[in-house]
Structures are given as C-alpha cells and as structure tokens.
Design a protein around this ligand. Structure first.
Ligand code: ADP
Ligand code: MG
Length: 207
C-alpha cells in the first residue's frame, strides 16, 4: 500500500464514520455524554479536507497529518487518544513509501502503545483497547501462521464481533463511562465500536 492508497483508506474512514456517527453517538448517550459520533465525525471530516491537499509519497507524513488534525479538532477523550494512536503509527511509518502487511502490524502495535501511553488503560476496562488489542493479537497470529488474506480477514472479523460483544459484559473503569460503575454493564463501548469501523475500513480496502 502506497501513500495514495493510505489516503484513499482514510477518505473511506471518513465516509464510514459519517454514516455511523448517529449510531456512535447513541452508544455514547447510554454510558457517556452522547458526543462520540459527533467528535469522530468532526475529526474525520477535517482529516478528509486536509488530505485533499496532501501530496506526499511518505506514508508516515500522511499519518502525521491525520494525527495533528484529530488532536486539534476532536474534543473529548477520543481526540487525543486516536490522535496519539495515529501519531505513533506515523512514527512507525516514517519515510516509508510502501507499507507491507508486516508494517501494518507494526503500525497497529505502535498505535495501541500510543493509546495506552495517553490513556493509561489496560485491556478489560471497556475501551477501544478491548477491540484493538485482540485484533492486533489475531493479526500477529495470522501472519505467523501464514494465513491467506481471506482467512486473515475472516479471523479478524470474528475476533472483532466477539470483542464488541465482550465490551457489553464488562464494567467501565476508564473514561466517562466509569462514572456509571456497574450500570455501564450491558452497554456496548462507543470507542471500541468506532475502532471496529476503522479497522473494518482498512480490511475492506485491501485485496
Ligand atoms: P468523552 O468520553 O470525553 O466524551 P468520546 O465520547 O469521544 O470522549 O469517547 C469515549 C470513548 O473513548 C470510550 O467509549 C472509550 O472507548 C474511549 N476511552 C475513554 N477513556 C479511555 C482511555 N483512558 N483509554 C482508552 N480509551 C478510552
Ligand atoms: Mg463522549
């Protein structure tokens, strides 16, 4: 995947987030303050505009633009968290004109480190990490086992469905939803859901 294709994926992310914004906001209304879809939509719309003017062959530079735009335009917890995720991914992609499937794993790993550095959450606290970490592990296994692209996509989709379902069963201990304590149980995490859409968009655009 070259920088132009990375930009296409990000434009597709904007479309998906735009389409799912109400859903994300409804999820956040149940356990937070009902702005996750609004936050994400604002951020990715700004990213989309910025990228229309981007003309670089460096995948890292593209991702850095995304990071800076998200950090400066998205409110709430998710702006700095996704912004830091893209910033770390940008560092991992720095100077690369082409990203391989191994690079994709390195970028995802770096992005997760960014989220954890910024938000100090662990897996199991009902956040986007409960989607991102299982996806990373499944993807690492798929690469190690030499699965085909189709098999890899299937495996990751299954893991994502399970992970989203799992967020409903656990109590939030980070972010706004943690104010609800046990009453957060039974609700799906909005941030894990936006991460689902972002990863799904990447998968749909390869192969
Ligand atoms: P806010 O909570 O400030 O209103 P958003 O509604 O945009 O921000 O985002 C909420 C989402 O952010 C949650 O559903 C959760 O997935 C994610 N989140 C919150 N705190 C953290 C954290 N410390 N680490 C990782 N993700 C977090
Ligand atoms: Mg919110």
């Amino acid at each position: 995947m070259n920088a132009e294709q990375v930009i296409q994926v990000l434009q597709a992310m904007n479309q998906v987030i735009d389409r799912e914004a109400q859903y994300l906001t409804d999820l956040d209304a149940a356990i937070g303050d009902g702005d996750h879809g609004i936050n994400m939509k604002r951020g990715f719309a700004a990213v989309s505009l910025k990228l229309e003017a981007e003309s670089t062959e460096d995948c890292g530079a593209v991702l850095k633009t995304v990071a800076m735009t998200l950090i400066s335009t998205v409110g709430g917890a998710s702006g700095p968290l996704y912004g830091t995720a893209f910033l770390k991914a940008a560092q991992a992609a720095n100077g690369k004109t082409e990203l391989t499937k191994e690079d994709a794993l390195a970028l995802l790993t770096a992005a997760i480190e960014g989220v954890q550095f910024r938000g100090k959450a662990e897996r199991g606290e009902k956040t986007m990490l409960d989607l991102l970490i299982p996806v990373k592990e499944a993807y690492a296994d798929a690469l190690a086992q030499g699965l085909t692209l189709e098999e890899t996509k299937q495996t990751i989709l299954t893991v994502m469905d399970e992970s989203i379902a799992f967020t409903k069963t656990i109590r939030a201990t980070k972010g706004r939803a943690s104010y609800l304590g046990d009453r957060s149980i039974g609700h799906q995490d909005p941030g894990a859901t936006s991460s689902y859409f972002l990863i799904k968009t990447v998968m749909d655009s390869v192969g």
